[in-house]
Design a protein around this ligand. Sequence first.
Ligand SMILES: [Zn+2]
Ligand SMILES: [Zn+2]
Length: 183
Amino acid sequence: MMRTIDVRDLLGHPGASKTQALLDTIQGLGTELAAVPEDRPIAGELLLESVVEGILASGRLSGTMTLQCARCLREFSESFDVEVAGEMFTTAPGPDSDEYPLDPAGELDPEQLVRDAVGIELPFSPLCKPDCLGLCTRCGGDLNLGECTCTEPEPDPRWSELAALFEGIELDEGHDRSEGRTT
Ligand SMILES: [Zn+2]
Ligand SMILES: [Zn+2]
């Protein structure tokens, strides 16, 4: 649970604003291969502006996410820094609106906003590096580390046919092309 923000000083005072620092952990924010660790706080600063409709929040959020490479399964972490560009909190959000609910008593709960803003930053298919070689499909060795213990790739019948074809072409190269292909 993230701490709520007391906005009683802003409610009903359009034009008023304040800056609120955030530093809180969040639970259960992640996908299969990417997550925000539950013991690592998300830091941020939100500018809260009182408007007639409610409270407009904007600012930045930063922190660390742990990722697992989709190819080689290595775990690594990466920092994130996301912008919150004017999200509305209102005491009566419409059923299909993208506004966030605001407790009329003056407690603003930033958690769902943080979840949404950081959640879209979590990659579906993280890569430890753009050219990660992944794992060998036969021995499971990490090809980035040269750990593959297979000596030769499994011969694929299609490739041996192709190889035979190429060998034929190479043999032909020494001959006059007008002779045509010899069998
Ligand atoms: Zn990798
Ligand atoms: Zn291998």
